[in-house]
Design a protein around this ligand. Structure first.
Ligand SMILES: [Cu+2]
Length: 141
């Protein structure tokens, strides 16, 4: 190989390496976790992968990926799918503190969820303002 041919060859190598690294970075995760906790204002919120606690969360997963949801709130929560392809629930509602469930996503698309909080929580729990409605968008590609 002459020097004249070496430069375009190196450029192609560089472009290929760049392409490979960006496609790796664009690959969505196969797993994410959500934790619901109790708070005085709004009663509850949830955190995605140990991030900030908010009422509304959005997560991107790869096809075949799954989500674990843990209820550390003082009340039960029922995770309900409101739209999108049918997600697969591993178990029953989050009926007590520390309960965990797994949701799997076999199909690409946008899934929407909400939770229905149980009213059966302990007496004496004080909250401020309207109870938050937890919402979740899962984008699967
Ligand atoms: Cu709550």
């Amino acid at each position: 190989m002459t020097t004249k041919h070496l430069i375009p060859f190196l450029l192609i190598l560089f472009a290929a390496a760049l392409l490979a690294s960006t496609s790796l970075a664009a690959q969505p995760a196969g797993h994410a976790s959500l934790v619901i906790h109790h708070q005085t204002k709004g009663c509850h919120s949830w955190s995605l992968n140990n991030g900030a606690f908010k009422a509304t969360q959005t997560v991107t997963l790869r096809r075949g990926g799954y989500l674990t949801v843990t209820d550390n709130d003082v009340m039960s929560h029922k995770l309900i799918e409101t739209s999108g392809p049918k997600a697969l629930f591993s178990s029953k509602p989050l009926s007590k503190m520390g309960a965990t469930l797994k949701v799997s996503f076999a199909k690409a698309g946008t899934y929407h969820f909400t939770t229905k909080a149980g009213e059966d929580y302990m007496k004496g729990v004080k909250t401020v303002g309207e109870d938050n409605v937890l919402r979740l968008t899962v984008k699967v590609s």
